[in-house]
Design a protein around this ligand. Structure first.
Ligand SMILES: NC(=O)c1ccc[n+]([C@@H]2O[C@H](COP(=O)([O-])OP(=O)(O)OC[C@H]3O[C@@H](n4cnc5c(N)ncnc54)[C@H](O)[C@@H]3O)[C@@H](O)[C@H]2O)c1
Length: 258
């Protein structure tokens, strides 16, 4: 018996083979789950290429979280395909260039709003699309970068992550009675397309290497994928509204140990 036997999981955000979502999908398939991915627009081509590296063929549906009609179509497609859904991974974030990389004080309001919509409100919208299909309960997992503190360069993406953390708690409140759990995995820095598009990302990666007591490999998302699989599984049946840090212990230490 495998961890995710019989689970039907929707996984968003697999752009390349480096994406956290790609590793989550790979592990889920190896643990017995059925998986459907989403991608959107021009990114679809990259996703279709990455999918070929997965251990078995999976469908890729269109989902641009800025298009309400895509959420409606997603619910209908999942209903047709599976009848129900057991879990959904939200692995989506975006902030315009002028809202990142040290531009906190000058970012246009519209750019902050885009970061908020795509990276935080979309968790609510995904939950609205999938929760009605979770008739026997389910698990929704999102991906966070610790928003309890301010970081260099992260700027309005950091504010959007604070909103994501709060959104997950409100969803846990409203969906708990339907036995739908909502949790976030707060990951250390990983070298994905999203991370590499943040100017100065290496600064964060370097501080992790210095401070995390377990060490940290920015090219290895397997520990993050493992925690996602755990949260999707029945082993996590009493966990909701939580942010679980998978960061090599970085956040437990106040400053690098000489
Ligand atoms: N890489 C890191 O260091 C790190 C650390 C902590 C948390 N995270 C979070 O992990 C999640 C996944 O990011 P990743 O690092 O794997 O990078 P990634 O670039 O592989 O994935 C980001 C995904 O967001 C999708 N996306 C952007 N705008 C979208 C939209 N309008 N509609 C639908 N999808 C959209 C992209 O297509 C892409 O698939 C994000 O929430 C990110 O903030 C990443």
């Amino acid at each position: 018996m495998s961890l995710l036997d019989g689970k039907r999981l929707l996984i968003t955000g697999a752009l390349t083979k480096d994406s956290i979502a790609f590793h989550a999908a790979e592990l889920a398939l190896n643990e017995g789950a059925e998986v459907i991915l989403t991608s959107f627009g021009r990114a679809m081509r990259l996703t279709e290429r990455a999918v070929k590296r997965l251990p078995q063929p999976v469908k890729v549906l269109e989902l641009d979280v800025q298009k309400p009609e895509d959420f409606e179509a997603l619910t209908a497609s999942l209903k047709d395909e599976w009848g129900g859904v057991d879990g959904a991974l939200h692995a989506i974030a975006f902030a315009p260039e002028d809202a990142l990389g040290g531009k906190f004080m000058t970012a246009p309001v519209a750019s902050a709003q885009t970061a908020f919509h795509v990276s935080a409100v979309s968790l609510r919208d995904l939950a609205v699309a999938v929760a009605p299909l979770m008739e026997d309960g389910g698990a929704i997992v999102g991906l966070d970068f610790d928003a309890t503190v301010a970081w260099p360069i992260y700027d309005w993406m950091g504010v959007a992550k604070a909103a994501l953390e709060s959104t997950s708690r409100y969803l846990a409140r409203d969906l708990g009675p339907s036995k739908v759990r909502v949790n976030l995995v707060s990951a250390g820095p990983l070298g994905t397309v999203a991370a590499n598009s943040i100017p100065g990302f290496n600064q964060l990666a370097d501080s992790w290497r210095e401070q995390a007591p377990l060490g940290w490999d920015t090219s290895d998302p397997s520990s993050v994928a493992g925690t996602i699989a755990f949260l999707m599984s029945d082993l996590a049946s009493a966990i909701t509204g939580q942010v679980i840090k998978v960061d090599g212990g970085f956040s437990a230490i106040g400053a690098p140990v000489a």
